[in-house]
Design a protein around this ligand. Structure first.
Ligand code: G4P
Length: 517
């Protein structure tokens, strides 16, 4: 590669900002997404993300089940350019039943914006999503939303974040006024006051006086912004604002431009891959089938981890050793898509395929490496699939495999040959499975209960596993890639089994791409 090309690559990668927004439902994620896109110039009118009159439904929601229930099930991508940076905003499903999908999406981002309702503070789902981010030390930027309404005291909110998440905070903006008199923010980074629809304000205005006094206190009590601490996920800059009134949103985006972060180094089983390495590597973190009802298609979403992807490039799928040419990589903007001629580390591209690509796959220009970090969680609900029309058995088998590869459910084939068992984290996943089997494959199914309520992947010395499997035949199943799973009825039974089989290891998380040996 020439030096100019090297510089070009560096520049492109450095200006990427790939992030997700995490929040408890109703904290204002959809509204903030709209406003970010608007400030970023990606959409003309705020409100077009959410179709008129249909609440809590962004343009990225496309499935009937989502429309019917007004929830966001599917995660999508949005890309826009703002002040010289390319922003990739990865949307995560709103519903907690899809936490596994959310987790996978979070493996593909370099930072997260945590939205908190100023009246409610840290809520249950915020905490859970934050914990997921912490597992990977993802840098977090906090946006305290709805300051235009009755809110908790800013100091109390900062304390709550620090105490309940064990995360240091530093104010990035400070509110001017409260609730109905909330008129803007003071930006600590730019040392600038931004007021909304206010032309004149005297220095004596008590909102300004209060802001100045509080700011003094905050500066004394809290640490200043520290880049290394932020990058390590230990310190969060906190922005106060109102997504609805578009106060504090520009400040948030400007900060992401200033300290991003740009694409991070990622771990493989054998070495760390730096984003600026010239050779292209990518990680498939999501599969989505039948996005376009007019064309039956299957898109693998890959995060470019290093280098540059060009259309027509030959890629190696390291799991199988096979190579293929990417003829039509695509960029997505909610429902719209277009061909990606080139994409850089940090970008997410959709690669159409017919089932060859799986979640967790690593794609390279030839090197044999495998990225780690995309997990499967042990399901919490297990159901046997009941098929009324026996003629459709073959079709059902194929459909279940396809949908399991997409991550809609986990699929287990009992070793005793009985009908397949599906495992999910949340029951809504079962509804999605049922609806999609019906609408996309024309197969009607029902669910029967099973005696099982827990599933654990098993590893250990070969002879111990064989003996255990033989002794528990009716409770052993193979997962999608043939790894053995032990199914049991309760945590009490699980504990007993563990005590009785000290040489067998039981796992509730499996890293995809890694075959447990
Ligand atoms: P979510 O995606 O996190 O679930 O939240 P969403 O943006 O849908 O916002 C939830 C509700 O909070 C919406 O009201 C929205 O208008 C409101 N909201 C969001 N940001 C702000 C803000 O900064 N200030 C105030 N006062 N309200 C805000 P809704 O009544 O449920 O829906 P709608 O009728 O307004 O669409």
């Amino acid at each position: 590669m020439t030096q100019t090309a090297d510089l070009e690559l560096d520049k492109e990668i450095t200006r990427r900002r790939t992030f997700a927004i995490i929040s408890h439902p109703d904290a204002g994620k959809t509204t903030l997404t709209e406003r970010i896109l608007r400030v970023g110039g990606a959409i003309q009118l705020a409100g077009s993300v959410r179709a008129k009159g249909e609440r809590r439904r962004t343009r990225s929601d496309w499935m009937t089940i989502e429309r019917d229930r007004g929830i966001s099930v599917v995660s999508s991508m949005m890309t826009f350019e703002y002040r010289g940076c390319v922003f990739n905003l990865l949307d995560t499903p709103g519903h907690e039943d899809f936490s596994e999908d959310t987790y996978r999406t979070l493996t593909a981002v370099d930072s997260a914006v945590m939205v908190i309702d100023a009246a409610k503070g840290i809520e249950d789902r915020t905490r859970k999503l934050f914990e997921i981010c912490r597992l990977r030390d993802i840098p977090i930027v906090t946006f305290i939303n709805k300051m235009d309404r009755e809110a908790q005291d800013p100091f109390a909110l900062l304390d709550e974040i620090a105490d309940s998440l064990a995360l240091d905070t530093t104010p990035a903006t400070w509110p001017v006024g409260r609730a109905s008199t909330f008129i803007g923010v003071y930006n600590l980074f730019q040392e600038m006051l931004t007021l909304n629809n206010v032309t004149t304000l005297t220095k004596e205005d008590n909102r300004l006086v209060q802001m100045e006094e509080e700011l003094e206190l905050a500066k004394m009590a809290l640490p200043p912004f520290d880049r290394a601490s932020f990058d390590a996920g230990h310190l969060t800059p906190v922005f106060f604002g109102s997504a609805m009134k578009e106060i504090g949103v520009t400040e948030l985006l400007d900060a992401l431009v200033a300290f991003g972060p740009s694409p991070r180094a990622l771990e493989t089983e054998t070495r760390i891959v730096q984003a600026h390495e010239p050779a292209m590597t990518a990680l498939v973190f999501k599969i989505q089938a039948n996005m376009d009802p007019h064309h039956r298609d299957r898109i693998a979403f890959a995060r470019i981890c290093s280098g540059k992807l060009s259309r027509g490039m030959k890629l190696k799928q390291t799991r199988t050793g096979k190579t293929f040419t990417v003829h039509t990589p695509q960029f997505f903007f909610a429902q719209d898509r277009h061909l990606a001629e080139e994409a850089f580390a940090g970008d997410v591209v959709g690669i159409p395929n017919h089932g060859t690509l799986r979640i967790g796959d690593t794609l390279t220009e030839g090197e044999d490496i495998c990225f780690v970090g995309v997990p499967h969680f042990a399901p919490e609900i297990l159901r046997r699939v009941r098929l009324d029309d026996a003629m459709k058995a073959k079709k059902l088998r194929q459909a279940l495999v396809e949908l399991a590869e997409e991550g809609i459910v986990q699929l287990f084939h009992p070793q005793d040959g009985s009908s397949p068992i599906v495992g999910v984290v949340g029951s809504l996943q079962l509804d999605v499975l049922q609806v999609r089997l019906q609408t996309e494959y024309g197969v009607t199914i029902g669910f029967d209960s099973t005696p099982f309520s827990l599933a654990r992947w098993i590893t250990g010395p070969r002879e111990k596993i064989e003996a255990f499997t033989l002794a528990n035949r009716s409770a052993i199943a193979d997962d999608l890639v043939g790894d053995p799973v032990f199914l049991t009825t309760s945590s009490f039974m699980m504990k007993r089994t563990e005590e009785q089989n000290p040489d067998v290891h039981f796992h509730d998380i499996k890293q995809i791409g890694t075959t447990i040996v």
